[in-house]
Design a binder for this molecule. Sequence first.
Ligand code: NAD
Ligand code: TYD
Length: 339
Amino acid sequence: MKILVTGGAGFIGSNFVYLMLDKHPDYKIVCLDALTYAGNLETLEEAMKNPNFTFVKGDIADRECVFDLFEKENFDIVVNFAAESHVDRSIETPEIFLKTNIMGTQVLMDASKKYGVKRYHQVSTDEVYGDLPLERTDLFFTEETPIHTSSPYSASKAAADLLVLAYHRTYGLPVTISRCSNNYGPYHFPEKLIPLMIANALNDKNLPVYGDGLNVRDWLYVEDHCSAIDLIIHDGKVGEVYNIGGHNEKTNIDVVRIIIKQLGKSEDLITYVKDRAGHDRRYAIDPAKIHAQLGWLPSTDFETGIKKTINWYLDNKPWWEKIISGEYQQYYDRMYTNN
Ligand code: NAD
Ligand code: TYD
């Protein structure tokens, strides 16, 4: 079995590469990644030592590069993680989100169609469903919830999802889609809430909480997301969408307080800053379908997962210190000063 993993130098894609090399030692894994600001080859250093793993630098929206690779490799399965993934950046510069997330998906599917890929899997997000009101704790996103996006990021992911379903219906491309809630764990880029708060707290820097801090996210340990995708690409039904989540809803301020406590820091570091434009209030996944049809359940609860994550950031300081001292610093200064 030969699998193309796009975006494998990023957070979730790299965790998926490691899970697959470990669980399926007879599979060949090829990673295609453009190494944008969010891609990091150091993350794949261990994978590079495995003869079943190959890294290719390239853009999923580059038709010639993608078609050449498909021609050469004859993939059985394609799993598309490659994306621009940060909501705040999509508010600043939407265009690249449309190019990578929509056009890139189309190029990958055209190649999958031409070269007879047996399964094209699109890694999507619960953000395509928009948000839920805070007070309606009885409501959850199911696969039937209408698409209703808020940010350029979520709109680009939703557009890609619709295109994926259209390629299935129109051309018979054997597709599946997964829509997961917020992930956390090793190799998470420190622009996102959890790794940003860990890095800032360790450096005794302010912890910027948007708005009132009461927005709710449904957190899933990254390995659980990856194991769900492994199940879907093998046993999932073609043409279907699967929601992935672990019923672990927390307000942002609670997450920040948990991190502060674990690190023995002071709550005085918390700084309320200007809210994100169009900020989604609450995400909450109903994972009943993937549980009933594929038997998937998360195996790491938040208490265990956040400890593992914090320990990973403590043990791997060079990995994130390099990031926050580079180009990312300019982004940070632009986003968070004058708030
Ligand atoms: P990330 O930003 O950490 O990584 C994205 C990777 O894609 C990087 O390695 C980057 O170099 C690569 N990439 C970007 N543009 C590319 C292009 N044009 N061609 C090739 N490679 C390109 O993102 P992530 O958090 O790992 O998210 C991975 C996927 O999972 C995304 O599709 C995202 O929408 C989805 N998702 C993320 C979350 C989350 O909580 N992080 C939750 C649900 C779904
Ligand atoms: P984020 O990690 O960007 O993921 P998403 O927007 O895709 O859910 O943000 C998670 C939540 O944390 C979101 O409600 C925005 C909030 N947030 C802050 O309060 N401060 C920050 O510095 C960041 C990056 C996010």
